[in-house]
Design a protein around this ligand. Structure first.
Ligand code: AFP
Length: 322
């Protein structure tokens, strides 16, 4: 099995980007260790604080965020970072070539039940004309990402990453401490009989999504003429990993539960990086209005509607909105 750096060099990834990726992965190895030791190290449960999203922060959220932030800002490659756990973007090296957005621990509600969680990251080139402390650095569409990935802290610690030349799977080999390439050019099956949505929000969705899901649930007695299975991990890293592995449709649609917050998932920390991975694996990543990676961000904590996964199923879902 190939090690990470040679695999990236084979794809002609520039050396400075490889160095940044190695820096990010150094942080994920430490987070992976901390996650596995959380009970023993007194890192279970919540802090007394809320993040900018108004969500109670878990102790591990805070530890992972600090680790990631420190290692990136000290690296010298990074002009600024933005994190789901930080109020604003944070300036780094003024001459840094890259900016990094990240969700240090996605799926925080799974921490206390020892279930799937992960780190999501997205890398853009910095804009030389803007200062490092200017949050407009981050107002770049997802199609400009030069790298995106996540690390899943599951039974094995897995890295799933793209630099725009396919989506590849790596596993952390604890015997030598590095990530090894286990699957190159993952391909999402175009058709699927599996969907992922939080069904408890059903009554709050717009009519097209209600109709689409009703038809899936009707199974072989309904218009689709086949049965569908449902899965919901409550961590996008886990749900998207399943979609990349065996296909499926994952959606967090618009809802009217809270009129001030029609969408749940974050564009920069969740939707964009996952869209890059899904598209590079032959899937589609959309809102009901268009391609996620075409969205021009208006704010670093912007939220969006997400419909992604197997190409034919996403297309079918979108047809209900026409
Ligand atoms: P947190 O990391 O803030 O807990 O949120 C995880 C997440 O943003 C995404 O990873 C899940 O798909 C989604 O929320 C789960 O949402 P529900 O709370 O509706 O299950």
């Amino acid at each position: 099995m190939q090690r990470l750096a040679p695999a990236l060099r084979e794809d002609n990834v520039p050396l400075d980007l490889i160095s940044l990726i190695k820096t990010i992965l150094a942080a994920t190895k430490e987070i992976s260790f901390r996650v596995s030791q959380a009970h023993l190290g007194g890192l279970m449960g919540s802090t007394l604080d809320e993040n900018i999203q108004g969500e109670v922060q878990k102790k591990l959220d805070v530890v992972a965020n600090e680790l990631f932030k420190d290692i990136l800002l000290e690296s010298g490659f990074v002009k600024a970072i933005s994190s789901e756990e930080e109020d604003t973007s944070v300036a780094g090296e003024p001459k840094g070539k890259f900016i990094v957005s990240f969700d240090p621990l996605d799926g925080s509600s799974n921490i206390d039940i020892n279930s799937l969680i992960g780190t999501i990251f997205s890398i853009h080139e910095s804009r030389p004309e803007l200062a490092a402390d200017d949050p407009d650095q981050f107002k770049q569409a997802g199609h400009k990402q030069v790298c995106a990935g996540y690390v899943l802290y599951g039974p094995s610690t897995m890295l799933v990453m793209t630099t725009g030349q396919g989506t590849h799977f790596y596993v952390l080999d604890r015997t030598h401490g590095g990530y090894l390439l286990v699957q190159r050019n993952v391909q999402i099956p175009q058709d699927t009989q599996e969907f992922a949505i939080n069904m408890s929000n059903q009554r709050f969705w717009q009519q097209p999504m209600q109709n689409y899901i009703n038809d899936l649930v009707a199974g072989d007695t309904g218009p689709r003429g086949k049965n569908f299975n449902m899965r919901w991990i409550a961590a996008m890293v886990g749900d998207i990993h399943r979609v990349l592995t065996r296909g499926g449709i994952f959606t967090y649609p618009a809802d009217n539960k809270n009129p001030n917050k029609p969408y749940k998932l974050r564009l920069m920390y969740e939707a964009n990086p996952m869209s890059f991975l899904v598209e590079q694996a032959g899937g589609l990543a959309m809102t009901s209005q268009g391609r996620i990676m075409e969205i021009d961000p208006s704010d670093i904590h912007q939220r969006v509607e997400v419909i992604m996964g197997s190409k034919n199923e996403v297309t079918k879902c979108l047809s209900y909105y026409q």
